[in-house]
Design a protein around this ligand. Structure first.
Ligand SMILES: [Zn+2]
Length: 373
C-alpha cells in the first residue's frame, strides 16, 4: 500500500471510530430519556471496616475491591441524568446488613446491587450472581452463610435479627420471605449481568443462582448479589485486584443495570377487561364512533413506534390519570376493529380489547353496539 492510501484509510477509520463512539454514548442515555423516567439504583459494596470479607492470595481484600468497583459503577451510571445512584458506603467503614437494607428502602430504590468477591481453598474461579431465593441448595448455603456471618460483627444482632443465627441452615434458609414479588425481576437482572460477564468480558460463568442473603431480604426492590470472582484464584485474584480488571467489571455491571432499566421501562402492564360476549349483527360502520384496540397501559411514556410494540404500526397513546394507554388502529368500522384485535393478539398482546370513543370521549362498546340494533 502506498502512503496516500494508508493515510486515507487511517483518516477514514478515525471518522468511523468517532462516529461509533458517539453512537454508543448517546444510545443508552437517549433510550432512558425518551421514556422520561428516572430510576434510583442502590449500590452496595460488600463488607467494610472491621469486616474485610474474603482475603485472597497476596492479601487481595474483598472489601477494597468491592468498594473500588462499586464507585466506578456509580460514576458510570451517574452520567445518565435519569439514574440516581445511592451508595450504602463510599469509604472503608463497617455498615450493618440491617442498615444497608434500610438505606435502600429509604432511598426508594428501584434496584439493589450488592458487590462481592468469592474465596475458596481450591483454585475455583468464575463469576456468579445471586437472586434472593425461598430455598437455597447446600452449596449456595455455604456462600450465604459466609456473607451473612458479618452479622456477628454487629452489636445487637440478637435483638435485631430475632433469633437469626448465621451459622444455622434453618435460620439462613428459613428467613421469612418478604420479597417474593421481586424474585422474577431479580433473576432477570442477575441473568443480564451474568451474560455480560460471560460474553463481553469472557469470564467463566458459574451461573445465576438463588440463595438466602440477609442483605437482600431487607430490601423491598429487585435485588442481586454479585460474586465477581475468586480472589483466592491466582489469575482471577490478580485480575480483580488490578484497576483495569476493576474498570472492566464496573463497566460490565453498569451495562447490565442500564440494559435492565431499559427493558423495565418498556415493560407494559396489561389491563384485563371482560370481552364483549354477544357478537353483534350490526352495521359495520358507526357514525361519530371510533374504535381502537387497547394493547397496553403503562406508567411509562413510550414512543408509539413499531419497535416498541412488537412491530405494530399505527399505535396511538393517551394519558389517563397517571397511566399511558396504548391503542392499536383507529377505525369507524367495528369489523376492522375486530380484525385489528386478532392481529394484536397474534403479536402477543393476548388481552387486547376493543374500546370505543364518541367525540373523543370513551364510551362503552356494548352500549354502542346495543344502540345500533
Ligand atoms: Zn462478600
Amino acid at each position: 500500500m502506498n502512503n496516500l492510501t494508508q493515510y486515507k484509510i487511517r483518516k477514514l477509520s478515525y471518522y468511523v471510530i468517532v462516529f461509533a463512539c458517539y453512537m454508543i454514548t448517546s444510545f443508552n442515555a437517549q433510550n432512558l430519556q425518551a421514556q422520561n423516567q428516572s430510576y434510583t439504583v442502590v449500590l452496595d459494596a460488600g463488607h467494610g471496616g472491621q469486616d474485610p470479607g474474603n482475603i485472597g492470595l497476596k492479601k487481595y481484600v474483598e472489601k477494597k475491591i468491592a468498594l473500588n468497583v462499586v464507585l466506578k459503577v456509580g460514576a458510570i451510571l451517574s452520567k445518565n441524568k435519569n439514574i440516581k445512584v445511592v451508595y450504602t458506603r463510599k469509604t472503608d467503614v463497617f455498615v450493618d446488613l440491617w442498615k444497608r437494607g434500610s438505606i435502600a428502602n429509604k432511598a426508594q430504590g428501584d434496584l439493589f446491587v450488592s458487590v462481592h468477591c468469592n474465596g475458596h481453598t481450591s483454585q475455583a474461579y468464575g463469576t456468579e450472581t445471586f437472586a434472593l431465593a425461598l430455598r437455597g441448595n447446600k452449596k449456595n448455603y455455604e456462600i450465604a452463610k459466609k456473607e451473612n456471618s458479618v452479622i456477628l460483627y454487629e452489636k445487637d444482632y440478637k435483638k435485631r435479627y430475632k433469633g437469626f443465627d448465621p451459622n444455622s441452615p434453618e435460620s439462613v434458609l428459613g428467613v421469612t420471605m418478604q420479597m417474593e414479588d421481586y424474585l422474577d425481576q431479580s433473576i432477570l437482572l442477575a441473568d443480564i449481568i451474568q451474560k455480560d460477564f460471560t460474553h463481553k468480558l469472557k469470564r467463566k460463568n458459574r451461573g445465576v443462582k438463588q440463595a438466602s442473603f440477609v442483605v437482600l431480604h431487607q430490601t423491598f426492590m429487585p435485588s442481586v448479589l454479585i460474586e465477581m470472582g475468586f480472589i483466592s484464584n491466582y489469575s482471577e485474584g490478580k485480575y480483580l485486584n488490578s484497576s483495569a480488571g476493576q474498570q472492566k467489571m464496573a463497566s460490565s455491571i453498569a451495562r447490565g443495570i442500564s440494559k435492565y432499566l431499559n427493558q423495565e421501562s418498556l415493560n407494559t402492564v396489561k389491563e384485563v377487561v371482560p370481552e364483549v360476549k354477544t357478537q353483534p349483527k350490526s352495521p359495520k360502520y358507526f357514525k361519530d364512533v371510533v374504535f381502537k384496540v387497547q394493547i397496553a397501559a403503562s406508567k411509562r411514556k413510550l414512543k408509539t413506534k413499531p419497535y416498541n410494540f412488537k412491530g405494530l404500526k399505527n399505535v396511538s397513546r393517551k394519558k389517563v390519570g397517571k397511566m399511558y394507554k396504548y391503542y392499536y388502529q383507529n377505525t369507524t368500522n367495528y369489523e376492522s376493529a375486530q380484525t385489528a384485535q386478532k392481529e394484536a393478539k397474534s403479536k402477543g398482546y393476548t388481552s387486547a380489547f376493543i374500546v370505543a370513543f364518541k367525540s373523543g370521549k370513551k364510551v362503552s362498546v356494548s352500549e354502542i353496539l346495543e344502540n345500533s340494533k
